[in-house]
Design a protein around this ligand. Structure first.
Ligand code: ADP
Length: 442
């Protein structure tokens, strides 16, 4: 296709040549007249094309694009090509959008995109029906205006989204959702809402079964344990030859009793969907109790086998269930003692770090190999079964800790080196911190 400038130049040359010829054979006036008329016609043809194009732009239907000749042929052909490309890109884009919408609708979970300020930017129809939103009216509204559950709000602002959050539907409390938040892109969040009602029912049946079995076993075991104790207290009731077997029977009964107690504790914490009572906990006092119990566990207050250090930030308190947290802290400290040989040291620490409150227990014990660390909070997972048994372990302690922490939106971090020791840290979100004023001595 010749260049537009060439076509325009060739028109100019032809008109000039005709005019020169007319000047030679006639007069300059005739030549000038023909030149002016030629230019005028040229201008009129351009204006006519511009007008056609202007009309077409008002209703740009591809089939109705005007045809042109000369330079306009090139311009209009290029424009047609450009429009065709645009149309095909538009079609590809809307097909991709359609596919995305169909895929999003087919996902059984509800999806919500939240802005950095936690306003609803977009959500799927599934999320609308699950959470009671209406995108056309609720778009750009803060999600906390629509989901007013105080624990959900605490979870949203905690920025600790490692574990999902369980939310009861405000329309029907029998419906339980699992909410998972994933930060992405420019401080936006993707909220995934999964209906867990059926799974929760099955899980509740399993928990009830374990709780019922444990309950049923508790009474006969208490009776057997009682008789064994009475017999061992009775002078001459147990023949000397059977004494060892008798002691073993007592130890095993005691072990079974501890397992049953831990199973009952675990199932009651797991099945408790109510939020923990958020009382204000005096951490300095609570941790003194933990330290005292730990010294007791480490073979009596006077000749403790371990050195137990306590360091507490006196300005830092916590909101949560005192009993549950005492149980979690004691579990970690008791593990530190049980897995640290005589003469070892235990460091209990309570401080603030990066606006999060951290309770940590560091020991100079046997340590844990890296491959076990992720599995330690599973029920009955033990690195060394015999050591756990010898020290009176049930394999359920860290499971209990994990469930208590989930209820407090906290997380457990474990660092360990074989032969050097382990550090178990509980990281509490900012929302659970209570700052306490401490009177400085004058
Ligand atoms: P257990 O009753 O057996 O101690 P837990 O659930 O409390 O059960 O702990 C699970 C396992 O984690 C333990 O069996 C032990 O192997 C390991 N463990 C826990 N705490 C420590 C620690 N401080 N040092 C070394 N190993 C530990």
């Amino acid at each position: 296709m010749p260049d537009i400038r060439l076509k325009a130049a060739s028109f100019g040359c032809t008109l000039s040549a005709i005019c020169l010829f007319l000047w030679l054979i006639s007069s300059a006036t005739v030549a000038l007249l023909v030149f002016s008329i030629g230019l005028l016609l040229y201008l009129v043809s351009h204006i006519s094309y511009l007008h056609k194009l202007h009309l077409w732009f008002k209703n740009p239907v591809l089939k109705e694009m005007p045809e042109g000749s000369g330079v306009w042929e090139d311009v209009l052909t290029s424009l047609l090509q450009y429009e065709r490309n645009n149309l095909s890109k538009e079609m590809q884009l809307s097909a991709a959008l359609e596919r995305f919408n169909l895929t999003a609708d087919a996902i059984p979970d509800g999806l919500v995109i939240l802005s950095p300020g936690n306003e609803i930017e977009w959500c799927t129809p599934r999320a609308e029906s699950q959470l009671g939103f209406n995108l056309s009216t609720d778009k750009n509204l803060p999600i906390v205006n629509l989901l007013r559950d105080s624990h959900f709000i605490a979870y949203l602002y905690s920025n600790a989204f490692g574990e999902p959050f369980k939310l009861k539907s405000w329309r029907d409390p029998d419906i339980i959702f699992e909410i998972q938040i994933i930060p992405f892109a420019n401080r936006q969040k993707l909220l995934i809402c999964r209906d867990m009602t059926q799974l929760e029912k099955v899980d509740a049946m399993r928990r009830d079964f374990i709780a019922n079995v444990s309950h049923e076993l508790r009474t006969p075991l208490t009776v057997v344990g009682g008789f064994l104790e009475t017999l061992s207290d009775m002078e001459g009731a147990v023949p000397k030859a059977l004494k060892t077997y008798f002691t073993m029977m007592e130890e095993q009964t005691d072990r079974m009793r501890r397992i049953i107690e831990d199973l009952l504790t675990l199932s009651s914490i797991e099945s408790n969907t109510e939020a923990p009572d958020d009382s204000k906990i005096d951490m300095a006092g609570l941790l003194k109790t933990v330290q005292k119990d730990a010294l007791g566990l480490s073979q009596g207050l006077k000749k403790a086998e371990h050195k137990i250090h306590l360091e507490v930030d006196p300005t830092l308190n916590l909101s949560g269930s005192r009993d549950e947290l005492l149980s979690a802290f004691s579990n970690l400290v008791s593990n530190a003692i049980r897995y640290t040989p005589k003469g070892g040291e235990i460091f209990i620490d309570w401080h603030i770090h990066h606006k999060q409150a951290i309770f940590s227990v560091r020991d100079t014990g046997i340590g844990i190999e890296q491959q076990h660390i992720d599995r330690l909070t599973e029920r009955f997972y033990r690195v060394d079964r015999s050591r756990s048994r010898e020290t009176g372990g049930t394999g359920l302690g860290l499971s209990i800790v994990k469930h208590i922490l989930i209820r407090h939106q906290a997380k457990l971090e474990i660092a360990s080196k074989i032969g050097v020791g382990s550090t178990f840290s509980i990281v509490f979100p900012k929302s659970r911190i209570i700052h306490k004023k401490v009177n400085m001595p004058a």
